[in-house]
Design a binder for this molecule. Structure first.
Ligand code: ZN
Length: 400
C-alpha cells in the first residue's frame, strides 16, 4: 500500500463491496420479514433454514412488531370482565378502608357520563373553539355531577378521602358538595372568574360558563370587578400555560395532600398531563415510601407499571361497586343542594348582556327539598347497563 492510504481504485472497490453488502442485507430483511408474516406451518424447509440462519434479524423484527402492537394497545379501551372487576373492587375497597390519607386524582373520564367533553383534549371544548368550531353551550350547562362525583363527595364526608385533585374544568366536584378546601382544580373552573387587581384576589362564582370570550393567553371575560373596576379573568389553564392563581387551582393543598398521601386513587385520567407534575407523585421519596397507586381507566396510562392495582372499567361502574362494597349509599345529586347557587355572585344591572351562555337554573322539574329522589345506589348493577358499550379489547371510540 502506498504511503498516504489506499489508492482511488482501492477506495472505489471497497465502496462497491460495502453497497453490495447493504443491498444483500436489505434483501434478506425483506425475505425474513415476509417469512415471519406466514404461519409457522406454512413455511417451507428452505424458509425455515433462512430464519435459523438470521437469528439477529428475526429478533429485531419481532421486537419492532411487539413495539408496534404495544403502541396500538395503548390506544385501545379495555374492560375487565364483570367477575374480574368485582374481585379488583374488593381489593380496592380494602385499600380505601386501610388508607390513612387517601387522595383522589380525577380526569375527563369521570365526567363523560355527564356528557362533558374533555376540556383540553383533541376534541375538547377549547380546542374546538380555537378551531372556530362551535360547542353546544347548552350541553355544558345541562351537565350534572355523576355517580362518581357524588360518591367521592360521600367518601370525603365519611373521612375516607382527604383531598381531590382534578384536571377537569367543569366545576362538577364543587357542585357535588365537596368543600372548596378539599378540591384542587389544577386547570381551573369554568364557572369562576377572578379579579387579580384586588388583594387578595376577589373571586366571582357564576351560574354560567365564564369562558365564552376567552382562549389561550387571552383570559379577560368582558366583565369588571364590582369592587375595583378592573377586568375579570377566567381561571382556565390551557396547554402551554402555567397556572398561577391560588384559587381554584389550590396547588398548595394538592402538593401538601400528595406529600401526606399513603394511597392515591386515579379515576378516569390518562395521566399523560398529571404525570408531568412530579410534586403529585412524591418522586423525591424512595420508591418504597411513595403512596400506593390505584388506577381506574379504560386505556393504558404511563403509571400502570407503578400501580398496585389497575382497574379497567368505567368510573361509574367501579364507584357503584366500590360504594356497595363499603356499604355506603350514594347521595343523589340535587340542584336544590348544589352549592354553586349559594356561592354565586349575581350579575349587576347592565351586565346581563355580557354573556350568551345558558345559565344554570336551580329548579328543573325537580321536587323541592324534603321530597328526595331515590338514591343512585339503588340502580341495578350487573343488569343491562353494566359495562355497556365496552367490550374486551374494543377499539377506542372517537369522542364526538
Ligand atoms: Zn378588583
Amino acid at each position: 500500500m502506498a504511503a498516504g492510504g489506499p489508492s482511488r481504485s482501492e477506495r472505489k472497490a471497497a465502496e462497491r463491496v460495502r453497497r453490495l453488502r447493504e443491498e444483500q442485507q436489505r434483501e434478506r430483511l425483506r425475505q425474513v420479514s415476509r417469512i415471519l408474516r406466514k404461519a409457522a406451518a406454512e413455511r417451507s424447509a428452505e424458509e425455515g433454514r433462512l430464519l435459523a440462519e438470521s437469528e439477529d434479524l428475526v429478533t429485531e423484527l419481532q421486537g419492532r412488531s411487539r413495539r408496534r402492537e404495544g403502541l396500538k394497545r395503548r390506544q385501545e379501551e379495555v374492560c375487565d370482565d364483570p367477575e374480574e372487576l368485582r374481585r379488583k373492587v374488593r381489593e380496592l375497597a380494602g385499600a380505601v378502608r386501610n388508607a390513612k390519607y387517601l387522595v383522589v386524582y380525577t380526569g375527563a373520564g369521570i365526567s363523560t357520563a355527564a356528557s362533558i367533553p374533555d376540556y383540553r383534549g383533541p376534541n375538547g371544548v377549547w380546542t374546538l373553539l380555537q378551531k372556530g368550531r362551535s360547542v353546544s353551550a347548552a350541553d355544558l350547562s345541562e351537565a350534572e355531577p355523576t355517580l362518581t362525583h357524588m360518591s367521592i363527595a360521600r367518601l370525603h364526608e365519611q373521612k375516607l378521602v382527604q383531598h381531590v385533585v382534578s384536571q377537569n374544568c367543569d366545576g362538577l366536584h364543587l357542585r357535588s358538595g365537596l368543600p372548596r378546601t378539599a378540591i384542587s382544580e389544577l386547570h381551573g373552573n369554568m364557572y369562576i372568574e377572578v379579579c387579580t387587581a384586588c388583594t387578595p384576589n376577589r373571586e366571582y362564582v357564576r351560574v354560567f360558563d365564564v369562558t365564552e370570550r376567552t382562549a389561550l393567553h387571552r383570559h379577560q371575560t368582558g366583565r369588571a370587578c364590582h369592587k375595583c373596576g378592573a377586568q375579570l379573568r377566567d381561571t382556565i389553564v390551557h396547554f402551554g400555560e402555567r397556572g398561577t392563581l391560588g384559587q381554584p387551582l389550590n396547588w398548595e393543598a394538592a402538593t401538601e395532600a400528595a406529600s401526606k398521601a399513603d394511597t392515591i386513587l386515579c379515576l378516569g385520567s390518562s395521566l399523560k398531563v398529571l404525570k408531568k407534575y412530579p410534586r403529585l407523585w412524591c418522586m423525591t421519596k424512595p420508591p418504597s415510601r411513595r403512596p400506593k397507586l390505584y388506577i381506574v381507566n379504560l386505556q393504558w396510562t404511563p403509571k400502570d407499571d407503578w400501580a398496585a392495582l389497575k382497574l379497567h372499567g368505567k368510573c361509574d361502574d367501579v364507584m357503584q361497586l366500590l360504594m356497595d362494597e363499603l356499604g355506603l349509599e350514594i347521595p343523589p345529586y340535587s340542584r336544590w343542594q348544589d352549592p354553586i347557587f349559594s356561592l354565586a355572585t349575581p350579575l349587576r344591572a347592565g351586565e346581563e348582556g355580557t354573556h350568551s351562555r345558558k345559565s344554570l337554573c336551580r329548579s328543573r322539574e325537580e321536587p323541592p327539598p324534603g321530597e328526595r329522589a331515590a338514591p343512585l345506589s339503588s340502580a341495578p348493577v350487573l343488569g343491562g347497563w353494566f359495562g355497556r358499550g365496552c367490550t374486551k379489547r374494543t377499539k377506542r371510540k372517537k369522542v364526538t
